[in-house]
Design a protein around this ligand. Structure first.
Ligand SMILES: Cc1ncc(C[n+]2csc(CCOP(=O)(O)OP(=O)(O)O)c2C)c(N)n1
Length: 637
């Protein structure tokens, strides 16, 4: 890195003395550096490459950390991290103990607000702008939001308030026409450059004819529309929308033209009131493989920098839970045309692309709109369809009230396919699915299932579709156990657990992804002469009370294992049951701690939480040897 411009940048103020030509060179160096590191660490490459000029221009014009820049989702913040003092540790990106892949307020004062979930930036920016005014501070507040994140309802709630408040706030809409997959919905068409050529001209003529014929005001509207902005086109694309919300609209601007961005931000700095700058960018810009395939390079593991190729898939490798879910749903949907699949902007990630191809009319991508997806599903279910809403556990947190109020309260049969439950790995604290057993379990009418292997996932999905009420099925990120999956769906009796092993030394009750490491631990323990009864609970609600009570009467040492927070999780249901029957002597709950788990690989984080075979074995051994006697809630307690 010697003698590069990048090597001279240690904080954003170092950009201030650079010429435009030097800043352009800096953009090139940043791109090369990001591609180089991410090719080894993996990460959100395409979003970050798309905002290199934007990031350089922002830091050249504004003053971080005094001015606040809030990156929506935050997955595009790599150039920002590099320019704000983290260049030398950028190699540690997403690694355990290293820097996060998302902005974190405790990582740098330049990370004005922590993000990871979409559509929060405008709300946070508005809060900061109001706080600034109340404290009579003088600083700029800037939210950078993508066209995908702009589809989230919360972004509109914030725009609605901001437009009415006349506070100085700058929103930069980074429009690359992509979410993870291509952006969907009416907003996307409205924002996009599709309003050119034939359809645009037709629309323009229709507009003029329509309003021109309205007596009195029509002519004025047409004239105003033409005068108000440089071109009719910019007025009728995004300008119209944001101006209607009382924003000053600037754009659309070519987002890879550094000179245009610098010039625009210099001007926008001095505009009073809410301002929206609309920039057009290319996702993956500057790295051909990512430009060609922005969805693949949205979030990617290590890859070959020269070719963009990722390591070939091993043919014999187990299918992921996501694959099994996607395939099973297609199989079931072939036999039942009431089945509907719904995703919130993650068709590929949730395994629903297959369904979308087979049944385009029964597949709905609602955009980054988890709350809406749940109530939309409730509406369809109310009319007799069988919607399956596939959303990552962490993002479903958003729709808690919709799950309660629109689905469970009316006992409407919506299935929640909770992908990425438990530890997800390098995306870290914002993305772990740590809470869904707890928040689903407390809702009346909800059935909470968690398959211990892929065959069970298939069977549970079939079972859920036959149940006439809401069901949550949680399954983890990553590969299954590799077992053979039969073509037949064997329904699972709701609330029935299964005993996997019998032994007198300890009763271990595991759920979901924790069943497999418990099997592995049991095999190891057997070699040491310790024999356990292992139960695959299958259901966090209803728990198999009959089975658990009968087994607890025979064995006083009991351990529950789940990849969910201990608080209000599966173990707490078992604890309550045992307490009600005065059956507690040695009892321990293993699960995630009452703390946000950081980033690292899944294996590292499970190990750290004591939720791998080695950790579980250790706990069982301690209890059997009498060391862990009494009531314990967690391995580390
Ligand atoms: C609430 C929520 N739902 C889903 C996601 C998963 N997600 C991460 S980035 C992304 C797409 C964002 O698109 P956009 O805002 O246009 O940014 P781009 O990646 O195109 O730069 C999605 C759906 C999320 N982070 N938060």
């Amino acid at each position: 890195m010697d003698q590069t411009i990048l090597s001279t940048i240690n904080n954003p103020s170092d950009l201030k003395g650079l010429t435009k030509t030097e800043l352009k060179v800096l953009c090139k160096e940043l791109r090369e550096f990001i591609v180089d590191v991410v090719s080894r660490t993996g990460g959100h490459l395409a979003p970050s490459l798309g905002v290199v000029e934007l990031t350089v221009a922002l830091h050249a014009v504004f003053n971080c950390p005094e001015d606040r820049i809030i990156w929506d989702v935050g997955h595009q913040s790599y150039a920002h991290k590099i320019l704000t003092g983290r260049k030398d540790i950028f190699e540690t990106l997403r690694q355990k103990g290293g820097i996060s892949g998302f902005p974190r307020i405790n990582e740098s004062p330049c990370d004005a607000f922590g993000t990871g979930h979409a559509s929060t930036s405008i709300s946070a920016a508005l809060g900061m702008a109001v706080a600034r005014d109340m404290k009579q501070d003088d600083r700029k507040v800037i939210a950078v939001i993508g066209d995908g994140a702009m589809t989230g309802g919360m972004a509109f709630e914030a725009l609605n308030q901001a437009g009415s408040m006349d506070r100085d706030i700058i929103i930069i809409l980074n429009d690359n026409e992509m979410s993870i997959d291509p952006s969907v919905g009416a907003l996307s068409s409205f924002l996009s450059r599709k309003m050119v050529g034939e359809p645009y001209i037709r629309f323009k003529n229709e507009f003029e004819n329509f309003f021109g014929s309205v007596p009195g005001i029509g002519d004025n509207i047409v004239k105003l529309a033409k005068k108000w902005k440089d071109t009719f086109k910019s007025f009728f694309t995004s300008g119209l929308l944001f101006q209607a919300l009382d924003f000053e609209y600037v754009g659309p601007i070519k987002g890879h033209r550094l000179d245009r961005l610098l010039e625009t931000f210099q001007k926008v700095r001095n505009i009073k009131g809410p301002t929206l700058v609309h920039i057009m960018t290319t996702k993956g810009k500057g790295y051909k493989p990512a430009e060609k395939n922005p969805s693949k390079f949205h979030g990617i593991g290590p890859f070959n920098k020269q070719t963009g190729e990722t390591p070939p898939k091993v043919k014999s490798a187990p299918l992921t839970y996501t694959n099994v879910f996607g395939k099973t749903l297609v199989d079931l949907a072939k036999k039942d045309d009431r089945i509907i699949a719904i995703t919130a902007a993650m068709p590929e990630g949730t395994g629903l692309s297959l369904f979308a191809k087979e049944f385009p009319d029964r597949f709905f991508d609602v955009g980054i709109a988890e709350q809406h997806s749940v109530t939309f599903a409730a509406g369809m279910a109310k009319e007799g369809f069988r919607p399956v809403v596939a959303i990552y556990s962490t993002f479903m947190q958003r729709a808690f009230d919709q799950i309660i109020h629109d689905v469970a309260l009316q006992n409407i049969p919506v299935i929640f396919a909770m992908d990425r439950s438990g530890i997800v790995g390098q995306d870290g604290g914002t993305h772990h699915g740590a809470f869904d057993i707890s928040f689903m379990k407390l809702i009346p009418n909800m059935i909470v299932m968690a398959p211990g292997d892929e065959e069970e996932l298939k069977n549970m999905l079939g079972t859920a579709l036959k149940h006439n009420g809401p069901v949550s099925i949680r399954y983890p990120r990553g590969k299954g156990t590799g077992m053979n999956i039969s073509d037949i769906i064997e329904p699972v009796t709701i609330g029935r657990a299964r005993v996997l092993r019998n032994g007198d030394d300890c009763l271990v009750i595991a759920i979901g992804a924790m069943v497999k490491p418990c099997i592995d631990a049991a095999i190891e323990l057997e070699k040491d002469g310790i024999n356990i009864t292992l139960v695959d609970a299958r259901f966090a609600k209803p728990v198999d009370e009959k089975l658990i009570i009968s087994l607890a009467k025979k064995c006083s040492r009991i351990i529950t294992v789940e990849e969910n927070v201990i608080s209000g999780g599966f173990g707490s249901s078992v604890l309550r049951l045992l307490a009600e029957h005065s059956l507690i002597s040695d009892f321990k709950m293993l699960g995630l701690p009452d703390a946000f788990v950081e980033h690292g690989t899944q294996a590292q984080l499970r190990h750290e939480s004591g939720l791998d075979a080695a950790g579980i074995k250790k706990e069982i051994k301690q209890m059997v040897k009498g060391k862990g006697s009494g009531l314990k809630l967690h391995a580390s307690n």
